[in-house]
Design a protein around this ligand. Structure first.
Ligand SMILES: Cc1cc2nc3c(=O)[nH]c(=O)nc-3n(C[C@H](O)[C@H](O)[C@H](O)COP(=O)(O)OP(=O)(O)OC[C@H]3O[C@@H](n4cnc5c(N)ncnc54)[C@H](O)[C@@H]3O)c2cc1C
Length: 383
């Protein structure tokens, strides 16, 4: 029984779990080695209605609400966190495009996104830093009916695999802060764009890399929100992705715990199952408790979002607690498997995968600053 999930959402989760176990889980280890996102699988997810189901039907979605996106996202992430970036990026970018884009420009892209035919990246971080995100430098100059982009974005998930990106650049002066930032939808086949790929510790199927813009001309019609208001208007979308990231990493923690309980119940030492020793079972019991609580927080955050209620602090809580907790859980699970856990395989891959989210989409320090601001006020917590 879960207060946030009615029978329909439970059934949706079960449907997604069957798909994830049958189609996503089998390629989990191989995708880490090949470092390629499976586009066939992505299209299948689209056909099943598993990508951005919360988008309005007019945009190809199912108009189902954020909790539906959350329960599907959890099931895909259980099978492969890296592949579940498809859901994360589609929900984050889908919301931004549908709320801030010109309908005639974004509609064809949204249909492709929901169908699993287009992958969008979100391009905010720059070489000079990611935490102080409003202080970005990518130059965006208006020339007639176009914007001309020059600069670099770095550490961007799916940089070399995406078909388009939401790019944040500066139309104002360098010292104009958050108020001089403009967001644009940029197709990746425009002349002047080059990209690379990093050798990442985890999340290797989705990968990260840099995007380089040299005199890239983007039609003004591709702007998202008002000129100079990209940061203030479009960044609201991150509250959604922060709750989704919480569910994503906690799903990995849950499946790791399930496998570990099974293992410690059958593995023998000193004539007893490992689970008979409190030194083995109590840390797992502690983590079961914390994962259950953290998951409820994430579901509550999406529930608040679906009702149009404030949820910025809750989303930041999901984003710092979830990844920290998931890392600690998977670490404990890996240790419970003894030397076998240290071999190349699911546990060590999950540990590498979840670690990325202690940095990606904002670190714990930045999330705690957001929480502090909502409690004490922006003036009391300026940075
Ligand atoms: C797996 C992964 C995926 C990512 N995907 C994307 C993506 O798709 N798109 C994108 O735009 N970016 C992405 N990023 C980049 C990510 O958002 C940034 O790395 C992050 O915001 C931190 O920025 P930074 O790395 O430049 O660290 P810095 O900003 O240089 O910070 C370094 C350290 O100092 C701390 N720090 C900074 N300021 C403060 C402060 N005021 N108080 C306390 N501590 C502070 C930080 O918490 C951090 O620990 C991704 C990163 C990773 C690892």
């Amino acid at each position: 029984m879960n207060p946030y999930l009615d029978d329909d959402l439970q059934a949706l989760a079960e449907h997604a779990r069957r798909f994830a176990e049958g189609r996503v889980a089998p390629g989990f280890l191989e995708r880490d080695r090949s470092r390629v996102l499976d586009r066939t699988l992505m299209r299948e997810m689209g056909e099943m209605g598993f990508i951005a189901p919360e988008l309005p039907t007019a945009h190809g979605g199912l108009g189902m609400g954020s909790l539906a996106a959350g329960v599907i996202h959890e099931q895909i992430a259980r099978a492969d966190l890296s592949l579940s970036y498809i859901n994360l990026l589609a929900s984050l970018n889908g919301q931004i495009l549908s709320q801030h884009g010109r309908p005639e420009v974004v509609a064809p892209w949204l249909r492709k996104l929901v169908a699993g035919e287009a992958l969008f990246a979100i391009a905010l971080t720059e070489p000079r830093g990611g935490s102080d995100a409003a202080n970005l430098r990518l130059k965006v100059e208006r020339v007639g009916d176009e914007y001309v982009l020059n600069g670099e974005k770095t550490s961007i998930s799916a940089a070399d695999q995406c078909d388009a990106a939401v790019v944040f650049g500066r139309t104002g002066t360098v010292d104009s802060g958050a108020h001089g930032v403009t967001a644009l939808m940029v197709p990746m086949d425009l002349p002047g764009i080059t990209r690379n790929r990093f050798d990442c510790h985890g999340q290797r199927a989705i990968g990260r890399g840099s995007l380089f813009f040299e005199n890239v001309r983007v039609p003004v019609s591709h702007r998202l929100g008002d000129e100079g208001k990209g940061f203030v208007q479009v960044m609201q979308g991150f509250d959604f992705s922060r709750a989704l990231i919480g569910l994503q990493v906690l799903a990995v923690a849950s499946v790791s715990l399930e496998e570990t309980w099974e293992y410690v119940a059958q593995r023998q030492a000193f004539g007893q199952p490992l689970s008979a020793f409190q030194g083995v079972s109590h840390p797992l019991a502690d983590f079961e408790t914390q994962v259950a609580a953290a998951r409820l927080l994430c579901l509550q955050t999406l529930w608040l979002k679906d009702r149009g209620l404030p949820h910025t602090a809750e989303a930041a809580m999901c984003k710092w607690w979830g990844p920290k907790l998931a890392y600690d859980v998977v670490h404990q699970c890996l240790l419970s498997f003894g030397h076998g856990g240290y071999d190349r395989g699911p546990m060590e891959q999950r540990l590498r995968d979840v670690l990325g989210f202690q940095i990606g989409d904002g670190t714990a320090q930045i999330m705690k600053t957001i929480i502090a601001r909502t409690k004490a006020g922006r003036q009391a917590v300026p940075v």
